[in-house]
Structure formats: C-alpha cells, structure tokens
Design a protein around this ligand. Structure first.
Ligand code: APR
Length: 230
C-alpha cells in the first residue's frame, strides 16, 4: 500500500507561477490592506470593492500556469497516496493534475449565497457582480474564508494530518491559524519536510527537515529524498 503523504501548501507554491503572496510585499496584498478586501467588515462596507478585488485575482489566476512545485506534487502520486491541504484559493494544484485537494480557505472559482452558506456555485469566467444572486435571491459572495471567519474544513484537515505517514509543508509563513496549527496534529515519529526560501518557525518538532529553497527547486529535492520512503 502506498504511504500517505500529506502536503500543506500556501501562497509560496504559486509564487513562481506569478501569483503574489500575502506577506512578502510590505504588508500589502496586491496593493490592498487585507482588512479592506478580505474581511466580513469589508464586505459589509463596500461589497463592490471586495467583488472587484477578487475578480482581478480570478482573472490573474486564469492567466497563469502551474509551476514545477505543483507538478512535482502531481508526480508524487505515482508512489504515494497524496492529499494536499491547500490554503490557496487558486486552482493550480487541480490544473497540475493533483487528485486530492482540500481547499481550506475556499475557492476563487466558487461563489456562495449570503443567505445560506450551503448554496455554492461555480463562477463561470472571471466576474462576480453586484446583482448576481443565489436561487433564493440573495447576493452571491466569493466562497472564500475571510479573516475572522470560521474555517469549516479545519477538522477534516486535522484528521488528514493526524493520519499522515509523511508530512510536507510548502510555501507558507505559518502565521495564520488554525491552518498553521495543523503540523501539531502530525504524529511525532512521522518524517516532516518544510520547503520555503524564508523558512517559517515550526518550533521544536522532531524529525523535521528544513529546506530553504523556492518551491520549484525545493520540491525536486524533496522528491529525491522521498524515494527512500517508497
Ligand atoms: N517558493 C516557496 N515559497 C515561497 C516562494 C517560492 N517561490 N516565494 C515566497 N515563498 C514563501 C514566503 O517565504 C512565505 O513564507 O511563501 C510564504 C507565503 O506566506 P504568506 O504570504 O503569509 O501566505 P500563506 O502562508 O499562504 O498565508 C496563509 O493567510 O492571508 C491569509 O487566507 C490567506 O491562505 C492565506 C493565509
């Protein structure tokens, strides 16, 4: 049976595709303060601005391609049972061909009802507008977990992390909870790898290999290392 490889990814995995990370550019995300675009308060105050911000992110995401980091994760399915816990809302893991991707923070390509959060829809193309409504007539919002909101999939993700035979963290600053806490669910003896040019602080977790490289190069290195666990 293939070993379970669980991978927590963040903005850094898509950086080499040309998508901006959150915290690498002076605290601004594509020129915006996060509170102005990615909070329930921002939505209350100015939904048009929030929709436009995500429309631009969606347009950009449609315009870029998966990079070597995404591709290696797909290739690892040949020898491992791979589950990706993605913090990113882009779809580059899916476009690279990865089979099991859990989107912890939602998806850029889905909308949901502001009346009933179980009503979720695919967004055709790149634009979600004021006046686009759910089947019950309420405005649609991006199906994205904003700051200050619950993370509905966190318990599922924690169970997946607890079940890992190998755990890999790629391109995340590990400052946003609860995602950042997932590594603490991984069993002690499980080999862990962290790939990030600016290594996050994971404290004193045993059996952890830190790889200070960008996702593309770093993942090639991890792939070689993982050969000994097949
Ligand atoms: N390859 C790998 N990692 C990279 C690269 C690269 N080419 N370039 C930058 N990084 C790393 C940075 O060093 C940093 O540690 O990616 C990480 C990006 O960190 P953040 O911008 O904080 O993004 P992330 O950790 O994904 O944020 C978590 O916070 O804003 C919320 O919901 C949003 O999902 C997001 C969450």
């Amino acid at each position: 049976m293939k070993k379970k490889l669980v991978v927590l990814t963040g903005a850094g995995i898509s950086a080499e595709s040309g998508l901006a990370t959150f915290r690498d550019s002076g605290g601004l995300w594509e020129g915006h303060r996060v509170e102005d675009v990615a909070t329930p308060e921002a939505w209350q105050r100015d939904p048009a601005q929030v929709l436009e911000f995500y429309n631009q992110r969606r347009k950009k995401a449609l315009d870029v391609k998966p990079n070597r980091g995404h591709e290696v994760l797909k290739e690892l399915e040949h020898d491992f049972d791979v589950t990706i816990i993605a913090q990113n809302v882009d779809d580059l893991h899916e476009r690279a061909g990865s089979s099991h991707v859990l989107h912890l923070h939602g998806s850029l390509f889905e909308s949901r009802s502001t009346l009933d959060e179980t009503l979720v829809y695919k967004i055709p193309g790149w634009e979600l507008k004021l006046g686009d409504v759910c089947e019950r007539g309420s405005q649609l919002r991006p199906n994205i977990v904003w700051f200050g909101e619950m993370v509905p999939m966190i318990e599922v993700a924690a169970r997946i992390a607890a079940d890992a035979d190998i755990f890999l963290v790629v391109g995340t600053s590990l400052v946003v909870y609860p995602a950042a806490g997932l590594i603490h669910y991984v069993r002690r003896e499980v080999p862990k790898f962290v790939v990030d040019p600016n290594l996050p602080d994971v404290g004193s977790i045993p059996y952890t290999t830190m790889i200070a490289e960008k996702a593309g190069i770093g993942m090639e290195f991890v792939k070689q290392k993982l050969a000994e666990f097949i």
